[in-house]
Design a protein. Structure first.
Length: 186
C-alpha cells in the first residue's frame, strides 16, 4: 500500500466539492505550511544541542552581525518582525543562558540594549556552522530550485505587504540592502 500525498488528496476533495477556484490556493497554502514545519524541525534538531530555538538563534545572529554586538531591544523586534514581548522573552532566556546581557547606555537610560556575551559569540558561531552544514547548504532542493522557490516566495510575501523585498528587481534593491546593512551595524 502506498501512502497518498494528503495535500493532493485534499486538493481532489476541494475539486469534488465544487471549490475548483480555491483548490490550487488551498494546496499552495497547505504545502507551504507543511514545508515550513519540516524545515523548522530540521533547524530545531540542529540547534537543540546548542541550547537554542530558531527564535533565540536569530537574535544571537543579529547581534553578532552588528558592529557593537549589541542592539536596542526595540530594533531587534523590528528586524525580526515580532512583538516586543516575544523579544523580551527570548532575550530573558538568552540572558539566563549567559549568552546575552541587557544594558542601559549612559547616554540614554530609557534604551535597553541586548548585548552579546563572549559565550554568546562562541555559541552563535558554532550554531551557524552547524546550520550551514546541515540545513542551509542542502535545504532539500537543488540550487536552481532554491533560487526559484525563493523568488516565488518573495513575490508572495510582497503581495501580502511584506515590503522588505522588491520581486521586480530580483530581490533586495541596492538601497534596501545598504540601508538594512547599515542599521544592523548600529
Amino acid at each position: 500500500m502506498t501512502d497518498a500525498d494528503p495535500i493532493a488528496a485534499a486538493h481532489e476533495q476541494w475539486l469534488a466539492h465544487g471549490w475548483a477556484d480555491a483548490a490550487d490556493g488551498m494546496a499552495l497554502v497547505t504545502s507551504i505550511t507543511r514545508a515550513q514545519q519540516l524545515l523548522v524541525e530540521r533547524v530545531e534538531d540542529v540547534l537543540r544541542p546548542h541550547g537554542l530555538t530558531f527564535a533565540r538563534y536569530e537574535i544571537l545572529r543579529l547581534l553578532a552581525f552588528s558592529r557593537r554586538r549589541s542592539m536596542p531591544m526595540s530594533r531587534l523586534g523590528s528586524l525580526l518582525q515580532v512583538h516586543a514581548t516575544s523579544v523580551t522573552s527570548a532575550v530573558a532566556r538568552l540572558e539566563k543562558q549567559g549568552l546575552v546581557e541587557r544594558l542601559r547606555p549612559e547616554r540614554d537610560r530609557r534604551v535597553v540594549l541586548a548585548s552579546l556575551t563572549t559565550k554568546g559569540v562562541e555559541v552563535v558561531k558554532a550554531a551557524t556552522a552547524d546550520l550551514n552544514a546541515h540545513v542551509f547548504t542542502s535545504p532539500g532542493l537543488d540550487p536552481d530550485q532554491v533560487r526559484a522557490a525563493t523568488e516565488l516566495l518573495t513575490s508572495l510575501r510582497h503581495a501580502h505587504g511584506d515590503t522588505v523585498t522588491d520581486p521586480a528587481s530580483g530581490g533586495w534593491t541596492v538601497a534596501q540592502a545598504n540601508g538594512d546593512a547599515a542599521r544592523l551595524r548600529e
